[in-house]
Design a protein. Structure first.
Length: 182
């Protein structure tokens, strides 16, 4: 019955839209953002930290709550980094400094960072918590939106992680930094 109602030449249902297929090929064939930023950054959501306003509620901020970068032990060892130290995370668009948590809960070659830290302004509890802004590492231009969904590009960004004792990477342009400061 279905074959009688299909009006394609081969009488098959074609679900692959050319635009989606092209974007999927691009995403699946890309390896690393660039050689200077070999690790892939992904965002982490945590209980009691789903949105930035939760960081200003003292009861939710009790305990050992902090902004930290998660890195696989092999990646940390190859960079001479250890758990609990402060590291510099740099992308093509910016840099931040954050505490390092070495854990096998992330895949080698990737690093995870919890969002919604690095507050400024009148939020006393949230500002006192410190941390760094995830958004300082991501592109902020319309040309960097996901072509299909229109969403911002926040995961899979290439980053370099170094000791704060190392010289700054200087890999982001001042124009990129200017776009990120709002």
């Amino acid at each position: 019955m279905l074959r009688k109602r299909l009006h394609t030449k081969d009488r098959l249902v074609h679900l692959e839209h050319p635009r989606f297929a092209e974007e999927m090929r691009r995403l699946t064939t890309s390896t690393v953002a660039d050689a200077d930023h070999p690790l892939k950054l992904f965002s982490i959501r945590e209980a009691r930290s789903q949105n930035s306003w939760l960081h200003n509620i003292p009861r939710l901020m009790s305990g050992n709550r902090s902004c930290r970068l998660r890195m696989h032990p092999d990646d940390a060892d190859s960079r001479g980094l250890s758990d609990g130290t402060t590291v510099r995370v740099g992308s093509r668009w910016g840099e931040i400094e954050v505490l390092l948590e070495v854990t096998d809960e992330v895949m080698q070659g990737s690093v995870g960072l919890n969002q919604h830290w690095g507050h400024k302004g009148g939020w006393r509890v949230a500002v006192a918590a410190g941390g760094a802004r995830y958004n300082d590492l991501v592109p902020n231009g319309a040309e960097m939106l996901d072509a299909i969904s229109g969403n911002a590009w926040i995961n899979g960004i290439g980053v370099q992680v170094t000791s704060v004792d190392a010289a700054p990477t200087g890999t982001h342009s001042s124009a990129a930094t200017d776009m990120l400061t709002r």
